[in-house]
Every structure is written in C-alpha cells, then in structure tokens.
Design a protein around this ligand. Structure first.
Ligand code: GZL
Length: 323
C-alpha cells in the first residue's frame, strides 16, 4: 500500500516538475521511477545523450525525473539528494568530475536506492556505492587516436611530429583516460613530441581560445592537434585558418565524439580522424534500471562498441550520426 501511495506522490511531483497542476486525478504511477542528473548541455554529444535517455525512458514506460546541473558538481549533488527525498527507485547521473561523490552516494546507499553511472566514472574506494557504470572505454578512444597518428606519420614519412593537445574538463574521466590512452600509445614512437597541452573544458569557445594561443605561440611548427572532443575541434579549426594554415593538410587534426558536424568536416578534409564516442546510452540505462528494480544482477561495467572514422576510408555511405 505504501508503495502505491509513494508512487502516486511521486507522480504528482513529476507532474509539478513538468508544470501540470495537482488538480489532475492521480493515475496509476509508472512502475519504475528513475532520477537522472545530467551534467550540462555543453556539446552536441551531451544533447544527444540527454535526448536518447528521454526517448528511451518514454519508450520503456519509465518515469524520468531529469535534472540539468549546468556543469556544477554541487547541482548534481543537490539533485541526487532530491531524488533520495522523493524515494525514486533508481538514481543515475553523469558525474562531471571523478572525485567528491562518496558522501551523497553513501546517503543513497543508506536509503536503499541503487545508483548507475552514465557516461563518466567516479573515483572512490567504496566500490559498493555504484551498481553499474554504462559508458565508453575512454582509454581505448585515446589508443585509437594515437594509433591513427602513428599510421598517418608513416604514410607521410614524417621524421618528427610536434603535437599540441586540447584537453577536456579537468579531472573528468574522458579527459584523464583519453590523455592516458593517447600518451601510452605514442610513448615508444621517438618521432612523437607533445609540445603543449592546454585545457579547453570540452567547450567550443574554449577550443577556439586554446588554438588561437597555440597558433600565436607555435604557428606552423605544429604538426598535429589532438582534441578531446568535437566541440573544441570545431572551435579550433577557424583559428587555424585565420592564422593562414590549412587544417587537415598543414597539420593533422584528430578529434573524439563522432557527431554529424565533425563527420561533415572530416569529409571536407579539415579533420583527419574522428574517434567515435556514442552518446546513445539510453537503452542500456533503462535495461539496467529495470534489472536493479527487480533485484536482478547487472554487469558492473557496460562499454558500448566504438570505432573511428578517418581519411583512410570511404565515408560516402556513412549513415546520419543522430547527434
Ligand atoms: C564523453 C563525454 C564528453 C564528450 C564531450 O563520454 O563525457 O563530454 O566527449 C562531452 O563532448 O562534453
């Protein structure tokens, strides 16, 4: 009985959050209510991720409490506390950074609410705070980027490769892992030299600022740009052109995400390689939430299959990317 009352209260809360009045007759609430804290709206990747989660929740008949944290960890923590107060069945979130989650996740555990990480991971000594992590193998994305650069240097018979790196949000899983995978892959290749690494925070505007600074400082001595996401790459390319260089020819451009805009620029020859990082994680999230609600086991880590797109291949038949 309590469960039924709880779900009706939650449905009313969902209605109020969605703007519908409390006057509506309470209906049979959704069987499962999922609280999701999305980190922000900083990129096409993030928008695609949010849209997929909302679409799949509707298709699966799951009640979704969706909150956007505007890229502030404190907003995510507050959202998780609201989800606990509403007694949602499952909590999920994409943590903007890896550290600082133990306290609020301990509160979720004490409340008996399972937590799923979507996209990014956290750093914690308490592995039992999380039931499942659904997200890319960011280290492998860095490896694919490094392997491409080595192949490209071979093809161009380059004797040295001076690289600038534009990194994503400090202390986030994709930033740490994409950097580690790339550096480990090129470490043994004596031609490779990272001349500077600057932080672009996954933002287009910051990517432009970083590239403007790097072009002023190093100019055409740059042989390759390794950018941790498409937004920063798309911000950087006009700055390369303003400085009189030709992206994709005067310097090798490597990006990660695989959104439509970057793929189009790849086809134009201004980007040489785009490593895919799919944002379509909604179905895996809903499946895992249902299993946890039903008390079933779920895999601790779920990595989607990912590939890369480059100037080594014929992309004319590539399907629309959807983000
Ligand atoms: C990666 C995701 C990153 C994307 C960026 O899974 O966390 O955050 O690569 C986004 O576009 O900002």
């Amino acid at each position: 009985m309590f469960n039924r009352i709880r779900k009706i209260i939650l449905l009313l809360a969902l209605c109020m959050l969605a703007g519908c009045g409390a006057k509506e007759e309470p209906q049979q609430g959704p069987e499962l209510v999922l609280g999701f804290s999305q980190l922000g709206t900083e990129s096409a990747w993030r928008s695609g991720n949010s849209a997929d989660i909302e679409k799949k929740a509707e298709e699966c008949g799951i009640g979704l409490m969706f909150e956007n944290a505007n890229r502030k960890q404190e907003n995510q923590i507050a959202a998780i506390r609201r989800f606990i107060a509403y007694h949602v069945d499952v909590i999920a979130f994409s943590p903007i950074v890896e550290e600082g989650w133990d306290n609020v996740l301990s509160e979720a555990k004490e409340a008996g609410i399972p937590v799923i990480l979507v996209d990014r991971d956290i750093s914690t000594r308490k592995a039992d705070l999380i039931s499942c992590h659904i997200g890319a193998d960011f280290y492998q994305e860095g490896v694919m980027a490094g392997e491409y650069l080595i192949r490209k240097a071979d093809a161009l018979e380059m004797e040295s490769v001076k690289i600038v790196e534009i990194t994503g949000t400090e202390d986030s899983t994709p930033m740490r892992q994409r950097q580690a995978g790339f550096m480990d892959t090129i470490a043994e290749d004596e031609r490779m030299e990272i001349i500077e690494s600057v932080n672009g925070d996954f933002l287009k505007s910051r990517g432009a600022e970083c590239m403007r600074y790097l072009m002023e400082k190093y100019g055409d001595s740059i042989d390759a740009v390794y950018s941790h996401n498409d937004e920063m790459t798309l911000g950087a390319i006009p700055e390369i052109e303003k400085a009189g260089a030709v992206p994709g020819q005067d310097m090798i451009i490597i990006s990660i995400d695989g959104g439509q805009e970057a793929i189009d620029v790849l086809k134009q020859g201004k980007i040489n390689c785009v490593v895919e990082c799919t944002p379509m994680l909604g179905q895996e999230l809903m499946d895992a939430a249902k299993k946890l609600e039903a008390g079933e086991e779920v895999d601790r880590v779920i990595h989607p299959e990912e590939k890369y797109f480059s100037d080594e291949m014929d992309l004319s038949g590539l399907a629309p990317r959807g983000y």
